[in-house]
Design a protein around this ligand. Structure first.
Ligand SMILES: Nc1ncnc2c1ncn2[C@@H]1O[C@H](COP(=O)(O)OP(=O)(O)OP(=O)(O)O)[C@@H](O)[C@H]1O
Length: 214
């Protein structure tokens, strides 16, 4: 269970009233997907950054299966985040970008190489292994980023509008991949405005309002 209790945050340089004092409380069991909705500026990225460890909260508690995450740096939290801007390495071909999810030192076993090939085919990118991210469309880059995240096998997956702008068939293929992760026990927090994405994946949904999850 991801247990987030009264996790508080305020952007220091903001005048009081300019942005809300954030205070997040929710629980997310393994294998479940919680959808978070909220208008632009309501704090969705702030929440993800706090969970992933890129922002430091003022107070509160964040544990995964009883283990305190707040004292841990992002790379030790067991959390993988797929950001809106994809975070791909522009100078590295598609298959290496994906492979970094499996082995950061790129010492890939035969089995891992086969998983990358299979994964690329599954997300409709067979044949694009050697392209650079700059030679892909926005939706194709999105699929590379999502595949890299899924192959990493983290127990917690944070998805920030991961399916925006993709065609129906591609989206359904990616939903199937995320559902498979859920079935394997991965807890998914999905930031999305899209009703279809939410209905396809979410077990529960909440909305960000005045810095709180309701
Ligand atoms: N580095 C920062 N310094 C000061 N204020 C910030 C900073 N980053 C975000 N904010 C403010 O905090 C609030 C929440 O921003 P956040 O990016 O979390 O919203 P969001 O829900 O992800 O928005 P969007 O859907 O537009 O991406 C906004 O009012 C924003 O202006």
């Amino acid at each position: 269970m991801l247990d987030c209790h009264d996790l508080t945050f305020h952007y220091r340089r903001c005048d009081p009233g300019e942005t809300p004092d954030f205070c997040f409380t929710f629980a997310l069991p393994p294998g479940e997907c919680l959808a978070v909705e909220g208008p632009s500026g309501s704090g969705k990225s702030t929440l993800l950054a706090l969970l992933a460890g890129f922002l430091e909260p003022g107070g509160g508690r964040l544990t995964w299966r009883g283990r305190d995450l707040l004292g841990l740096p992002p790379w030790e939290r067991g959390i993988t985040t797929v950001f809106q801007d994809h975070n791909l390495f522009d100078h590295l071909p598609v298959w290496i970008n994906v492979g970094l999810g499996l082995a950061p030192d790129m010492k890939l076993s035969r089995e891992q190489q086969a998983r990358i090939r299979e994964g690329l085919a599954e997300v409709g990118l067979a044949g694009l292994h050697d392209r650079l991210p700059g030679e892909l469309s926005g939706g194709q880059r999105q699929r590379v980023a999502l595949l890299r995240a899924l192959l990493r096998g983290s127990p917690l997956l944070l998805l920030d509008e991961p399916f925006t702008g993709l065609d129906e068939a591609t989206r359904q293929g990616l939903w199937a991949l995320v559902r498979r992760q859920k079935a394997a026990g991965v807890a998914v927090l999905l930031v999305s405005h899209d009703r279809d994405d939410i209905e396809a994946l979410a077990d529960r949904r909440c909305r960000l309002d005045s810095g709180r999850l309701v």
